[in-house]
Design a protein around this ligand. Structure first.
Ligand SMILES: [Zn+2]
Length: 204
């Protein structure tokens, strides 16, 4: 591997059972990305995974708000928050990585969403857009300058990770063939536009 490869990292966002068909918050065809992600990862010397990792009773779960249903929006102290079915609960099978994922050389797993009162879509910052996950500091200390993102879901965790990667000063690309979206109320098209607007390059 040349020096250039040591400046770039692949970040696979939330490739977990609960985000795949049969899971608690399934992204359509979410499982279909796994072989694509595995192949993509072979082109990178450095790979990081993120893992959505909620305590029971997390504030992003509709079940934590009496009378509310999944996919409704509510006002949280940090802004609007979509309510989700219970998903990726710490230590459960649903929170585990999809068994089709096969990337032995993953160097870091960064967990997010573990604070009970705040959700975290982005790999870099929680949904208050302030609380850092520590990933930007890790990438800087490792000397990475360029990140390529893929995973689930294009219009939520990949979207916010791409915007925050740009805000943190990293050259950013999104490998769309290794992503799938939820497209909740038509959220996919504006997500792609927002990532481009932020300066992220969309790779087919
Ligand atoms: Zn979550």
């Amino acid at each position: 591997m040349g020096a250039a490869n040591d400046r770039e990292v692949l970040i696979v966002v939330d490739p977990q059972r609960d985000f795949c068909p049969g899971g608690a918050l399934a992204v359509p065809q979410g499982d279909a990305i796994m072989p694509v992600v595995n192949r993509l990862a072979r082109d990178f010397a450095h790979v990081i995974l993120t893992q959505d990792w909620h305590p029971r009773g997390h504030a992003s779960f509709a079940s934590s708000h009496p009378g509310r249903q999944p996919f409704e929006e509510i006002e949280m102290p940090y802004g609007r928050q979509t309510l989700w079915p219970d998903h990726c609960v710490q230590g459960t099978d649903g929170a585990a990585f999809h068994p089709g994922l096969d990337i032995p050389h993953v160097e870091l797993v960064i967990r997010k969403g573990y604070r009970g009162a705040i959700d975290s879509y982005s790999a870099f910052r929680e949904n208050d857009h302030e609380t850092p996950t520590g990933l930007a500091g890790y990438l800087r200390e490792r000397g990475f300058e360029r990140v390529t993102l893929c995973g689930l879901a294009t219009d939520y965790c990949v979207l916010y990770s791409a915007i925050d990667a740009r805000a943190a000063g990293f050259a950013t690309a999104v490998a769309l063939k290794a992503c799938r979206g939820i497209d909740l109320d038509g959220s996919l098209a504006p997500a792609l536009a927002a990532m481009r607007e932020a300066g992220a390059v969309m790779l087919e």
